[in-house]
Design a protein around this ligand. Structure first.
Ligand code: FAD
Length: 150
């Protein structure tokens, strides 16, 4: 059994897009290092106001990872939106994928009925996972396009 936990929190990283991207790189790099060790996979969606993260793996490891993340000063008010056992991982190949909301991916948000301001408390876990899937697919298609163009 895989344990899947979804939470949201308020982003407290100061500064503009550049500072956000630097922070995302730091977070994703620590996440990939630790999650690889702990058998955790998942996805991180974020904009200037919110983080929404899906964590999946062994129940104890997911709990320990979430507790460590919740103490991080780069965000506040971490709130578990859903935690349940599932038969398979939704993001088996991602020790932690991440997608920042930029104008480029706006259409993906609109397709999921998410307007200019995300309201994480109003999103169902199935909507969050579907949005993360499509952000992941968008990112992969973009990378593929860049490889073909070079
Ligand atoms: P290091 O990365 O070596 O950090 C040492 C200490 O410094 C830690 O306490 C760390 O929290 C703190 N620190 C490092 N950089 C900063 C900074 N720029 N500002 C403030 N404090 C800092 N970690 C995971 O392992 N897996 C995840 O999936 C994951 N997702 C995250 C999602 C979000 C939204 C956030 C904000 C953080 C996430 N993290 C994740 C990071 C996590 O909160 C810890 O920082 C990290 O796990 C600590 O890794 P480490 O023990 O290797 O310490």
């Amino acid at each position: 059994m895989i344990h899947q936990l979804i939470y949201y929190s308020r982003n407290t990283v100061p500064g503009g897009d550049r500072a956000m991207l630097t922070n995302l790189r730091d977070i994703v790099s620590a996440s990939q290092r630790n999650n690889c060790r702990d058998g955790i996979t998942g996805f991180l969606i974020f904009d200037k106001t919110w983080f929404i993260q899906i964590l999946e793996g062994d129940r104890t490891q997911v709990g320990e990872t979430y507790n460590r993340i919740a103490r991080d000063p780069r965000h506040t008010g971490a709130t578990v939106a859903d935690a349940r056992n599932v038969s398979t991982r939704s993001f088996p190949n991602w020790t932690m994928g991440g997608a920042m909301r930029t104008p480029e991916v706006e259409e993906v948000y609109l397709q999921h009925g998410v307007g200019s301001a995300i309201e994480p408390a109003r999103l169902k876990s199935s909507q969050i996972i579907a949005l993360a899937f499509d952000l992941q697919a968008f990112d992969q298609a973009r990378r593929q396009g860049m490889r073909l163009a070079s």
